[in-house]
Design a binder for this molecule. Sequence first.
Ligand SMILES: *Cc1c(COP(=O)(O)O)cnc(C)c1O
Length: 377
Amino acid sequence: MNYRPGRIFLSAPHMGGHEKNYVLKAIEDNWVTTAGPNLAGLEHDICQHTNARHAVALSSGTAGLHLALRTLGVKAGDDVLCPTLTHVATANPILYVGATPVLIDSEPETWNMCPGALREAITTRQKQGKKIAAIMLVHLFGMPANLKEIMQVAEEFEIPVVEDAAHALGSRYSGHQVGTFGQAGVFSFDGNKIVTTSGGGALITGYEHLANEARTLAAQANDAAENPQYDQVGYNYRLSNISAGIGRGQMELLEMRVKQRRNIFAYYEQQLAPIENLAFQAESKVCFSNRWLTIILLPGEHQPASIKQALEEENIETRLLCKPLHLQPLFQNSPYFGDGLSERLYNRGLCLPSGSSLYEEELEKVSKVLKRLLEPS
Ligand SMILES: *Cc1c(COP(=O)(O)O)cnc(C)c1O
């Protein structure tokens, strides 16, 4: 990563070396298309790692979320419950299918979807005669959501769950890999995620019919016939066999990448401990986060945007938290349930450089600059 010399990136792609073997083999064998052994190999690796029964490799995580909603039969006019503190990529697929995103605020413990606000949203919307077609939860920055309580609510009201695990490949809840709790789980292999295919994603599910349906919809909804009959709208969401080759090399490294990112978190936690009123995203006993990104909540007197700017002047890339969706123009008409915690997190949060390829000297520099900026002189 030398396209800007000396720059410390937020989360750069990190190759291990075997990726190019899979890619070269694909080129040598002329599997330069959206079919081929790397795709089956990557899907196998994902199932192996997560213990999911089925995996479908796709062109992006967003495509995976869209297909999850399609395969669960979410229709125009339905409600889909979704956290407000997330990337817009979580909610866009809800709009693709013409459903209404109902935005749920964060809970203090995980910063993810608050089970109490979720329950309130369901009962309120049901009283208004709305059909709640799915719950879309997110494991933000790799931290598992409160799956126990959310799954309880989902079961009580018989609502299917989609896990947006774009950040969270390798994270566990009560010992089980996230993405395997809901009817479907979705990973992203975008360049800045914990492992990458340069761009891509995958849907995992325990249900064979959902996997088959997703695979069909990802390939223009072709039935297998020689002269296909079309009875529904399809997409071209297939992943390239070349990209899948990168993914196979990356999957070999996943466990190490989780360790490396967790070490980075631990390093920041230790270095920044002396700064008063600075907080981290805490991990409860049942949660194991891949620590995809380390987030700090700044002491109240500091603005994330100005700290970000000051770090930028040192050639250090950081990122603000996603602005809660209920504050975005695109979602101004979406119902919202909660007490504003997401906004308070947004107003204090900063994502620190967390890539597994960072050198110790780079982490030292980030911590040193942060201490200088945040400690009273
Ligand atoms: C990255 C991301 C996605 C979508 O993944 P892409 O592969 O970029 O389409 C979905 N949800 C969240 C929270 C993300 O950060």
